[in-house]
Design a protein around this ligand. Sequence first.
Ligand SMILES: Cc1ncc(COP(=O)(O)O)c(C=O)c1O
Length: 340
Amino acid sequence: MTTVQIDWKNLGFSYVKTDLRYVSRWKDGAWDDGTLTEDNLVHISEGSTALHYGQQCFEGMKAYRCADGSINLFRPDQNAARMHRSCDRLLMPRVPTEKFIDAVRQVVLANEHFIPPYGSGGSLYLRPYVIGVGDNLGVRSAPEFLFSVFCVPVGAYFKGGLAPSNFTTSSFDRAAPHGTGAAKVGGNYAASLLPGHEAKERGFADCIYLDPLTHTKIEEVGAANFFAITRDGRFVTPRSPSILESITKYSLLDIARDRLGMQVEEGDVYIDRLDDYVEAGACGTAAVITPIGGIEHEGRFHVFHSETEVGPITRRLYDELVGIQTGDREAPAGWIVKVR
Ligand SMILES: Cc1ncc(COP(=O)(O)O)c(C=O)c1O
């Protein structure tokens, strides 16, 4: 077992080799039982479809240490269900929900000493993935598949935690109108590298993608979903078939409606109507809630609440969400699965 010497309060979002990861293989129509391994290298055929044709998908989720020492998973059934949809879209076999959650549990328990302590602001990020493997050459679905889960202790994804970040729109798209935007597949992220790099070179935290058909509506914020609060206190978030359905976003939607008593809607967020909103944020497992200070679009910079201060509703949403995840606030039924 590794002796862990980690500066828990200053964790970023970078790879750390932890002790054990779960691996299971699919062959001849069935998944094997799976096992934990110390080997963090993946040995696959050079003809693997994952390498040439992008036949792969992944998930991102977290385990949280609670004040009483127990360990929470936040809505893992939703990650399993989304991975089913990603696998369906790329013609890969589904990992059954029970197997998925069991693999995640095994990895968390096997690396328990890597879970950041309660109150440190960190968590254990889990990365399940499915890749097409086995000898192959033509464009077709792989003869074999590999399902694996590894974990990494993480802190804030965007520098500054709950401090606002600025974003700029991109003229590129990460996904096509009827493409794979709603699936969590590597190709979407490969397509996002150049636009993200360009935004960061210009001093922004990341770029905002507009809808691929008309480029008039906000879709996503880098690898996170977008929400905004209207002047009359409504929680609004974009709806589109090319957006990844964020588990965090749908959780915030429920929290805004059921706990903050707000009106909520999924609809169109036009990039030339930003004056309608008094607060905005990026949300996701990694981003948690990152307040959006301002958005640059076509040479104009629009500031929401403030470039330095988090807005009051964003703060309440954050406190409620993180409180539920870390066990400090009561969770809606079924949202928390205890690992231990
Ligand atoms: C493109 C994209 N959108 C949105 C999200 C947020 O989704 P979730 O809240 O399920 O983590 C993520 C991160 O997982 C993402 O990669």
